[in-house]
Design a protein around this ligand. Sequence first.
Ligand SMILES: [Cu+2]
Length: 151
Amino acid sequence: MKYILLPLIILSSNLLFGADEKKSSQSLILSAKADPPGQMKFDQSEIKAKAGTPIELTFKNPDLLQHNVLILKPGTKDKVGALADAMLTDPDALKKHYVPTSTDILHSSKLVNPGGSETLKFTIKEAGEYPIICTFPGHWRLMNAVLKVEK
Ligand SMILES: [Cu+2]
């Protein structure tokens, strides 16, 4: 009987903790594809979140290339992508982590080195489809996904 009870207690406390955590924030994980390396893609094309609840988005980079991650206003992927392309001639691009200057960019990470990760914390109040792109030169056309925020 002892042997059966202990796992049950651990399991139920995990369930309670998990439920509690959901209310305060939602943890999302997005990764760069790394097998084979250099694909310039995210591992998911869509991630979902709830409007109004704090989001903790962890971006992992197991790839051999550097990548970043940007969350954009709905419908601005091509516009911000064009700004990312234009950074090729910006001498300060590396210093800026290849993040263009634009009010369409809601949140952005630094340039994440191979093997690194970064967690972005933010809240989105309005439901919608928010583009996620990497703005390292030449990546955004392939390296994009959608953060689908629902009510
Ligand atoms: Cu990239």
